[in-house]
Design a protein around this ligand. Structure first.
Ligand SMILES: [Zn+2]
Ligand SMILES: [Zn+2]
Length: 188
């Protein structure tokens, strides 16, 4: 029998909701309790100058639906960017030997350009949660603001519009801006 690739460990506070200081309870999109989503859910946060300026939890079904709303070309571009620039398999092998008690080694460097988190003004943190535990596999991960911008720039107007409309619906109360920049987009 081969070693399991994914491991599960206690959910670190990094993946708690800043709003409640507790784990997320509902999917931001379908509003179903996350505990009822058997395939688990994803957490995304945008952190800018040390402050969380966007956070959300998405069940896997809603995340799939969101991705299906993008054009096929955009989907391929997102996917290829991560495949071309992020060594997902290598990361897995590298971190496999580290006890999975802390997301730090997984999130200290940008997945796609390896820049150090502490040197970044803005970045995205993402993690997959299953049965209330953090999955250590493709996530947890960090993608720096400039890589996220590169991805966004490769996408069609149509995909960006559909994302913006979706975001407006699922996180209506998020502050529009903390500065004069537009609302952030996260393509994962
Ligand atoms: Zn959902
Ligand atoms: Zn980067």
């Amino acid at each position: 029998m081969s070693e399991p690739i994914h491991r599960l460990h206690t959910l670190p506070e990094l993946f708690f909701s800043e709003e409640t200081d507790r784990p997320f309870v509902f999917c931001n999109d379908c509003r179903q309790p996350l505990a009822a989503c058997e395939e688990g859910h994803l957490i995304q946060k945008v952190i800018s100058k040390g402050e969380t300026i966007m956070e959300l939890a998405l069940c896997i079904a809603c995340h799939d639906k969101l991705q299906q709303s993008y054009s096929q070309e955009s989907r391929e571009r997102i996917w290829n960017f991560y495949l071309d620039h992020g060594d997902i398999g290598g990361r897995l092998r590298k971190f496999q030997s580290i006890p999975a008690a802390s997301p730090e080694p997984w999130t200290n460097h940008c997945l796609t350009c390896s820049s150090t988190r502490s040197t970044q003004d803005e970045y995205v943190i993402a993690g997959q949660v299953l049965d209330g535990l953090l999955v250590y596999g493709e996530t947890p991960m960090m993608v720096c603001g400039s890589c996220m911008e590169k991805i966004t720039d490769m996408l069609s107007e149509e995909t960006r519009d559909s994302y913006d409309k979706w975001m407006e619906r699922v996180v209506p109360s998020a502050p529009e801006t903390i500065d004069d920049k537009p609302r952030r987009r996260v393509f994962l």
